[in-house]
Design a binder for this molecule. Structure first.
Ligand code: 5CA
Ligand code: ZN
Length: 368
């Protein structure tokens, strides 16, 4: 599984956290089913938004990236998200990225525009099959999400930047492609192919990455591997909003995991608040999400303090069943609620509370 990582110019907000918790549940379900999981994630530690934020705030871009990456990792650990096997930065991956760009050029899929290198989307006959976006929307989304459809000299407005030659005041690396820095999409392609190979089971991320990011990543990979399927499934989580707009660093309408932790909120309540929404749906964060989760967590913990309860085996099968149904975590939580409610009427099984604590921990990542 490859899940697109953060661009570390600001702390982890509830939208990021919801996305990584969703893929964490998927990893837990796979492990529960006896599969070995190899999980790779990138960190976009060089890109325009990071550099812009560093200039705006007068910080060194590399220090900003290091600091926010550290906060992210602490947030993920607090939320009990199992860490990826490989966590790879764009900067450290520059040799891989340069190699991938050189290979695209050899295959006739890359060309120059005033010293910058572009990927030719027409090189992948399947371009468009990841996101199924119509051409008019493609252009709008590309412009909105870091692309440059208007740039003069490109063969197709949709062609994406692979390598940007050095600009004044920008960081640049000396490579076989000349001095410059990598584009965004090729970063994930190069890291995923190197660490996982082709045919990865899941390429994941938020739905804002379906186009252009995952479409471009896949197209580049298809050309690099002579048409082999890049990912078997593209899985996209819904967008978490706040006050009517997608929660995003650029809009600034953010609720940070680290801020809630700093207020002393229990990370397990934060996790439960995120889990209460189906991964595929868009939803709005409200303070009630957290208070409801805190109440639920308290009820669950109180139930585990009872000496016995109804047998855990039935609950385990229910939870597994719901998770197998397109990761229906909200239904799994309701199954636990029902078990918790039943403990009020007693139950003969003295091993049940400890077993339920274990299953909630292993499958849902909530430590009670
Ligand atoms: N570095 C790139 C991916 S290679 C990036 O998109 N970084 S990010 O920091 O903007 O987002 C990190 C992850 O969180 C991505 O998977 C993104 O799709 C997801 N994400 C961003 N905003 C939200 C949101 N409001 N709700 C849910 N997920 C979100
Ligand atoms: Zn990515």
């Amino acid at each position: 599984m490859y899940v697109c990582g953060i661009t570390p110019y600001d702390a982890t907000h509830m939208g990021h956290a919801a996305t990584y918790v969703a893929f964490d549940v998927l990893q837990r379900v796979w492990r529960d089913a006896g599969h070995e999981v190899r999980y790779v994630q990138n960190v976009t530690d060089i890109d325009d938004p990071l550099l812009e934020r560093a200039v705006e705030t007068g910080q060194d871009w590399a220090e900003l990236a290091d600091r926010e990456t550290q906060v992210f990792r602490e947030d993920m650990a607090a939320l009990r998200v199992l860490p990826p096997d490989a966590y790879v930065g764009a900067v450290e991956a520059i040799p891989l990225i340069v190699e991938a760009i050189a290979a695209l050029r050899e295959r006739g899929a890359a060309y120059d525009v005033d010293g910058d290198t572009y990927f030719s989307v027409s090189a992948d006959p399947g371009f468009g099959s990841v996101s199924h976006t119509d051409p008019a929307s493609m252009r709008a989304l590309f412009a909105e999400r870091g692309g440059d459809p208007q740039r003069v000299g490109k063969k197709d407005p949709m062609d994406c930047l692979l390598w940007q030659s050095e600009r004044p005041d920008d960081p640049a690396w000396e490579t076989a492609l000349g001095r410059g820095r990598p584009g965004w999409h090729i970063e994930c392609t190069a890291i995923a192919l190197h660490h996982l190979g082709t045919g990865i089971d899941v390429q994941g991320g938020g739905s804002d990455l379906a186009f252009p990011h995952h479409e471009m990543s896949a197209a580049q990979a298809h050309v690099l591997t002579s048409g082999q399927p890049y990912a078997r499934h593209y899985v996209h989580t819904g967008m978490v909003g706040l006050d009517g707009a997608k929660m995003s660093k650029s809009r600034g309408n953010l609720v940070f995991v680290s801020a809630l932790r700093g207020e002393g909120r229990d990370p397990m309540a934060i996790r439960l608040a995120l889990l209460a929404h189906h991964y595929r749906l868009d939803w709005e964060w409200t303070p009630q999400d957290l208070t409801r989760a805190e109440e639920r967590l308290a009820r669950w913990r109180e139930a585990l303090d009872r000496v016995s309860g109804p047998p855990a085996g039935v609950l385990l099968e229910q939870v597994r069943g719901h998770l197998a149904d397109d990761l229906d975590v909200p239904a799994a939580l309701q199954a636990v609620d029902r078990w918790v409610e039943q403990t009020r009427h007693g139950g003969q099984d003295e091993t049940a509370p400890a077993l339920v604590a274990q299953l909630v921990d292993a499958l849902l990542g909530v430590r009670l």
